[in-house]
Design a binder for this molecule. Sequence first.
Ligand code: NAP
Length: 302
Amino acid sequence: MVDIIIIGAGPAGLSAAIYARRASKSVLLLEANTFGGQIVNTPDIENYPVAEHISGFEFATKLYTQATNLGAELKFERALEIKEEGGIKKVITAKNEYEAKAIIVATGAENRKLGVAREDEMVGKGVSYCATCDGAFYRGKPVAVVGGGNTAIEDAAYLADIASDVYLIHRRDAFRADSASVEKLKTKENVHFILNSTVAELLAEKKLTGLILSDKQGNRTQLETQALFIAVGRIPENKCFANVLALDAEGYALAGESCITETAGIFVAGDNRTKEVRQLVTATADGAVAATEAVKYINATA
Ligand code: NAP
């Protein structure tokens, strides 16, 4: 049995591991994909205190190195379920069953689908959810980005240096993204804002060839592009753990700033919990808080 199992090795989970190890607790991190979570797809982080410019990949790698150098163990296994048996907490994966005194769920969120016909079929054939992964395929060509949050704005800024033109399609004329980032994007000559518009259809044979856009009056226009980068938000990854986490209507785990859930010994950290501000800095802060609370819980129940 380990002291703390942390599910998810993104910024929240890795930060939790650092704090737990520095409190001399044994830590097992379980990660379904790659360490770093969604931040690895961010080309340039400009709003993390002290690190004025750092790529998401470098940030994640440094965090991973720090956590593992402190003795946190990382296994690449997807946690499928949390169980409680005789006061012992268990995390079930496809291969194993692990026991812990406390669990921190730091699973983050997955990409939300746009919901347009043929979206799934066109992934890898012009439709992408990751500008840094796939942007280079469209060097010198026109590309489209859909969304109005920080991800869409960052993706458009990144693609502006690669593509001939970037069409940013947003369903409103106000943005969720920081106004500073939006204003900076507006200064790029090859970025064109298409506001109050939605993607009504994907035009494609084997690969994407264009989009049909619809404005608020229902007027339809055609945009020729071989690439659509979808950045319309995220969905929290809590479903598997609904037996131990109370979820709100959108699927976020109910917890306050203490990261304490309704189940004793189970904590949540990062983008999968209810919170006002979902930023890298609040994810890492959650990791520190959740680990500190988990350590307190273990010491109090020992
Ligand atoms: P987000 O802030 O939730 O924004 C999603 C955007 O997609 C919104 O503009 C929304 O429009 C639009 N949208 C949602 N569903 C749509 C649909 N079906 N069709 C068309 N448009 C749709 O998501 P995000 O940009 O992925 O950001 C997620 C969180 O991560 C945010 O808290 C963000 O601040 C944070 N983030 C931070 C950084 C950073 O710190 N550097 C970088 C990236 C992301 P409406 O506005 O009309 O609802």
